[in-house]
Design a protein around this ligand. Structure first.
Ligand code: GTP
Ligand code: MG
Length: 387
């Protein structure tokens, strides 16, 4: 048990976390002086490094790389991706620079590779008489708003990065640094993942994407899916189609588009169908009125009676069609429709009407035939027909 605990403790001591801190600020703010002061005050081990703008220090269990980019602000963004955290140094005594500081600070915090990362703001040169206090700087930079927008944890400390001051005066710098390292330690996994992703060059990212796609199981081509016999003569034609085929994603879009264009068509067909039914009902209603008066005139219109009955049946079976298709106001057909509605209320009514129509028609037809016969046969047949 003791052995295991000892082993774990030794592992904790031995494994140091590598942390990269970006030291940013306008020219002459005191960036170089600050890194030098940290080294002096903490009397920490300086680790070997080959990079000129980099200082490697062992701070507690961390191997900290302080990157102080050379070549002005345009080079800063080259380092954003590899930073665990930021130390932003400003000259609190330089009021003329304060507007530029504000813009620069906002730009840094707003960068996608920086936002969300912890930030220590050092209000440097506090030993100077005209230096702004941290509270004034918070207000001047609208710090709260900026920090909220970038969702970064931020701490502001007054500092004096000059060798002339006693060590105790540098307490705030060390406090700030420890705070920063603590926040980084808590979020170390997430920050390291982000750094790994952000550090990749765009070309490397695309290469990674390509290799990822290559590892994915490839869907079978048509040749692989279908036996050669089935492919047969249409191979040439298929090749042409394959050529003009859009990639899968656009195919999906296409199918969606087709669906979208198909939907109104279906609706249109439905509407047409409704219109047809509606039309049939309407036409049957006028037919009903016409036939009622005119059927007796000729026997050839007997077929129309059957049609009328059929149409009435349709109207009866689909009463909703009539209800859902209102007739425009002020039309004369309104009354007729109402009459027809009443007539087709029930099947029995329709049946009765059909019988009435049939009997009256046949009766009239019979009478007409008799009259014709009488005309042809003279007074003799007349008496017969009467009987
Ligand atoms: N009074 C006072 N002077 C300081 C302080 N920090 C830095 N200086 C002085 O300010 C000047 C610029 O300091 P640097 O550390 O070189 O500033 P820097 O940000 O590295 O400047 P660049 O590398 O040119 O961007 C030097 O003369 C420092 O001695 C401070 O806290 N108080
Ligand atoms: Mg410098």
């Amino acid at each position: 048990m003791c052995h295991v605990l000892l082993k774990e403790a030794r592992q904790c001591v031995c494994t140091s976390e590598r942390v990269t801190l970006l030291v940013l600020g306008l020219e002459g703010a005191g960036k170089t002086s600050l890194v030098r002061e940290i080294q002096r005050v903490l009397s920490c081990e300086v680790l070997p490094t080959t990079k000129p703008n980099q200082t490697e220090l062992r701070v507690d269990r961390f191997e900290v790389s302080f990157i102080n980019p050379e070549g002005g602000q345009r080079t800063w963004k080259n380092h954003y991706g590899k930073a665990h955290g930021i130390i932003f140094v400003l000259d609190s005594s330089n009021m003329a620079q304060m507007d530029e500081v504000k813009k620069t600070f906002a730009r840094v915090l707003g960068h996608p590779k920086i936002s969300g990362k912890p930030l220590l703001l050092l209000a440097n040169k506090q030993d100077k008489l005209d230096a702004l206090l941290p509270s004034e700087i918070i207000e001047y930079l609208s710090l709260e708003k900026l920090v909220n927008e970038s969702k970064s944890l931020c701490r502001i400390e007054p500092s004096s990065a000059t060798k002339r001051l006693p060590r105790t005066q540098c307490r705030t710098i060390i406090q700030g640094l420890h705070w920063l390292l603590r926040i980084i330690a808590v979020n170390y996994g997430a920050l390291s993942d982000r750094i790994q992703k952000d550090s990749l060059e765009p070309q490397q990212l695309s290469e990674r994407e390509v290799s990822r796609k290559a590892r994915r199981p490839r869907s079978k081509t048509r040749e692989e899916r279908e036996p050669p016999a089935k492919r047969g003569n249409s191979q040439e034609q298929n090749a042409k189609i394959e050529e003009s085929k859009p990639p899968k994603s656009s195919q999906n879009i296409l199918s969606q588009k087709e669906e979208r264009t198909m939907a109104p068509k279906k609706k249109k067909r439905k509407v047409n169908l409704k219109m047809k039914k509606k039309g049939s009902v309407q036409s049957s209603s006028t037919l009903a009125e016409d036939v009622k008066g005119k059927m007796a005139a000729s026997g050839s219109k007997c077929g129309a009676i059957g049609g009328l009955i059929q149409n009435n049946k349709v109207a009866q079976e689909n009463p909703r069609i009539r209800e859902t298709s209102p007739t425009p106001a002020g039309q004369s057909t309104k009354k007729k429709n109402k009459t027809l509605k009443n007539k087709i209320k029930s099947k029995e009514q329709a049946e009765t009407q059909r019988n009435e129509n049939l009997s009256s028609t046949f009766d009239l037809y019979r009478r007409a035939m008799l009259a014709l016969k009488m005309q042809q046969e003279g007074p003799k047949t007349h008496s017969i027909s009467i009987s």
